[in-house]
Write a protein that binds this ligand. Sequence first.
Ligand SMILES: [Fe+2]
Ligand SMILES: [Fe+2]
Length: 183
Amino acid sequence: MNAIQILVKEHDSILQMIDVTQSILNERDVSKINMNHVEKIIDFVKNFADKYHHLKEEDVLFVEMEKHGMPHQGGPIGVMLNEHDEGRKYIKNATQAVEIFKSGDTLIYDQIKDNLLNYCTLLTNHIYKENNILYPMAERLLPANVKSEMSNNFKKANTSTVDNEYHDKYLKMVEELSTLYNI
Ligand SMILES: [Fe+2]
Ligand SMILES: [Fe+2]
């Protein structure tokens, strides 16, 4: 699998978790929402979608694209970076709201729901743009040797983790939740 294919495959897992999230949040009776599952989703988003996936883009792919002429700001890379930051804000807000919910204030639920649903919409559109516009641009722009080196450099973007263990833990989480919610 080449570097771009790795990223597209990670998008598939993120989109699957987005489906799970939307299915959980469709439940109108708040007492039936499993907050433990919501916390698992937030863990997945912070660690797999953001740290594991977005850092590959920010520290490797975008850097190579900039070296080959794409601007850091003002073009598609700037838009993608802003969207990564926007997603982090939604997840930070959702995390804080979950803590408040767990301390007994269930009225905060709407903030959990709104932030997670906004995140789902943002990331669905973001992934669409990367798969259909940015990644094809990278395929055309980057020389073959750079593209083959990128997979190795991905490992450096994730030095704080044991790659396979990390990857497998979160893929298993997606599968388990997908089965539970019939995704
Ligand atoms: Fe991205
Ligand atoms: Fe991405």
